[in-house]
Design a protein around this ligand. Structure first.
Ligand code: ADP
Ligand code: MG
Length: 309
């Protein structure tokens, strides 16, 4: 999981964090994962055994297979808070198909212990914004959810009829205005005013993704899914205004396709995924190295998430 945000406090520590979550083994899987229990990598390291060879990795934090959805959320809840404070926050789930990205990001919003980061973030934002009302803050929240498949945007909140007609989807143009706000033309934007509205929104999005699964045979694991919550806050008492954005991104599966097997559409699909994931890593590295030029324009996903500040 990648986390980055633009925030002075965080910049002191480096504004990009990488966490690793290990999911439990499925019944047909075997493997040996262990965690260092001494030394500097406690809580940050993971060791994998493969063909009697051991491989060590270190991250900013490692969640082992017993970590709950709540444990993971606790770690990122501060970032979610910064979106309410007017920052632009992006959280990415990266990994092979089946590694637990969708479980981590969305989970099952209908069961309390299985809710993922998206429903938990929304709940926290609502609760906090309600508390801040007593200090004179009024918030407006707008949500959108889209998929990027083969460099083409698909609106996940469009009513089913329009989304099918929009198959070509050539109309979803990404624009950044002078104030650094990003807009995608014709994208469905939903005003969310209550927790109830949030849950119906998530159901709607889940439905369009599952329709996608059967109709477009597993495209969902071959596309990036971007959930965006825009937060506008005004405090009439103090005349302050904030605009924050929270982007939660379930990336396409990072597996390399069998070199021999891929032809035609599958090959094109794989090339699009590989290219956009490598564009994303270029952008993240350029940000980390504080380079002057960040190559946001090289893919739809990075262009969509571009920050101008
Ligand atoms: P991905 O989106 O990366 O392809 P999924 O999130 O769909 O992977 O996870 C694959 C399977 O593993 C699903 O059945 C999911 O419920 C299960 N799973 C993933 N992570 C966990 C976890 N931490 N605990 C329990 N089950 C998990
Ligand atoms: Mg998935």
């Amino acid at each position: 999981m990648f986390v980055y945000k633009i925030n002075v406090l965080q910049e002191l520590k480096g504004n990009i964090r990488v966490f690793c979550r290990v999911r439990p083994l499925l019944s047909n899987e075997s493997g040996a994962v262990s965690y260092p229990n001494n030394g500097e990598n406690i809580g940050r390291g993971v060791e994998l055994m493969h063909n009697t060879q051991s491989y060590s990795f270190a991250f900013d934090k490692v969640f082992d297979h017993s970590a709950s959805q709540e444990d993971v959320f606790t770690e990122i809840s501060q970032l979610v808070q910064s979106a309410l404070d007017g920052y632009k926050v992006c959280i990415f789930a990266y990994g092979q198909t089946g590694s637990g990205k969708t479980h981590t990001m969305m989970g099952n919003p209908e069961f309390n212990d299985q809710k993922g980061l998206i429903p938990r973030s929304l709940e926290q934002i609502f609760q906090t914004s309600q508390c801040l009302m007593s200090q004179g803050w009024k918030y407006k929240m707008q949500a959108s959810m889209l998929e990027i498949y083969n460099e083409t945007i698909r609106d996940l909140l469009a009513t089913s009829r329009t989304s099918i007609q929009d198959g070509a989807a050539s109309k979803y143009n990404i624009k950044h205005d002078a104030n650094g706000n990003t807009q995608v033309s014709d994208l469905t934007i939903v005003d969310v005013r209550s927790i109830n509205e949030v849950s119906s929104l998530l159901k709607r999005a889940a439905q369009s993704r599952s329709v996608g699964k059967t109709q477009m045979n597993e495209e969902s694991s071959r596309s990036h899914c971007v959930f965006t919550l825009r937060i506008f806050g005004v405090n009439e008492g103090t005349d302050q205004q904030v605009q924050g954005v929270l982007n939660l991104i379930d990336l396409a599966g990072s597996e390399r396709l069998n070199k021999s097997g891929a032809t035609g559409d599958r090959l094109k699909e794989t090339q699009a995924i590989n290219k956009s994931l490598s564009c994303l890593s270029d952008v993240i590295f350029s940000i980390a190295k504080k380079e002057e030029h960040i190559p946001f324009r090289n893919s739809k996903l990075t262009y969509l998430l571009q920050v101008t500040s």
